[in-house]
Write a protein that binds this ligand. Sequence first.
Ligand SMILES: N[C@@H](CC(=O)c1ccccc1NC=O)C(=O)O
Length: 318
Amino acid sequence: MDQQTWASVPWSIESHGSTAVFHKHEVPYTANANALQNMDIWIPVPSTTAQERPSPESMPETSGVWVIYVHGGAWRDPLVTSSSFSSTVSHLATSHPLTKIAGFASINYSLSPRTHNPKDPDYTDDPSRQAKHPDHITDVLTALAYLQAKAKFSDNYILLGHSCGATLALQVIMSRSEWNASSKVAKPIAVVGLNGLYDMPTLIREPGEKHAHLQGVYETFTRLAFGDDERVWEEISPISVGDWEGEWKGKLVVLVQSKEDSLVPYRQLVDMKDKLEKSRGKGLVVSEMEAGGDHNDLWKEGERLAEIVTEVVVKLGC
Ligand SMILES: N[C@@H](CC(=O)c1ccccc1NC=O)C(=O)O
């Protein structure tokens, strides 16, 4: 099965300045995949390789760390996709050395509906948009297991997530048996949360003055993604982990939150950073990196995000 879905998408060659990158767009990571159970993969072409398109079934061999991205969009926005990592890949390839990076991936996952009301113009019966927790995290874990089996990098990867993608990235390193009992995913060595949501109950109950007008939006997308049981909102929130040392033996968590973000309050970062620092194991470094601009500028522009990726790779000493 794996080989069939892999070979079903050809490699293309992209040029970024003088750097070439092989790209597979929307590779399904499961049998009978819906329209969103797929991922994008980019492989920097080593300068020693002839720049011919690899055959669709092959996986070009490169060495180094993998950089894997999970997009945001409040678990429901069909306009935010795996392609939201393209600008960052382009900046990285154009202006940064890629010698330490084996590949990039960006994961699409099933979304929740915007509404359950068939009379609403936003209503859809598309099977890829009927997800409810744990479907989103299960898809992300399936994608990671698929790529790990294909590219054999085990835990040698940095997992980045933007907004609700940051929730999902942190969920990957939480050991909730009901989400990942059957998945054979090696957890990453580093996680990067970008303008992320880590504490749904506080977001909804105490959004703060600047974001108070969004309270209804936060509550609506949380109910659509996780249902009406408020205990579940807490359980799925990375802030609820009491003992990070017991949870994950990673090396690095980087949190990034723009103070100019009109959608996510800075407090989400502050509380999550505090919690991680209180219970982290000795081997784990928790750090904050700066970014400005509005909520989506980080991935839309990609320039600062490319710098963050490079800084993380350097910090890890990969
Ligand atoms: N366009 C989005 C808005 C959104 O994505 C969002 C709004 C407030 C706080 C976080 C958000 N996204 C996080 O993934 C939506 O469909 O709701």
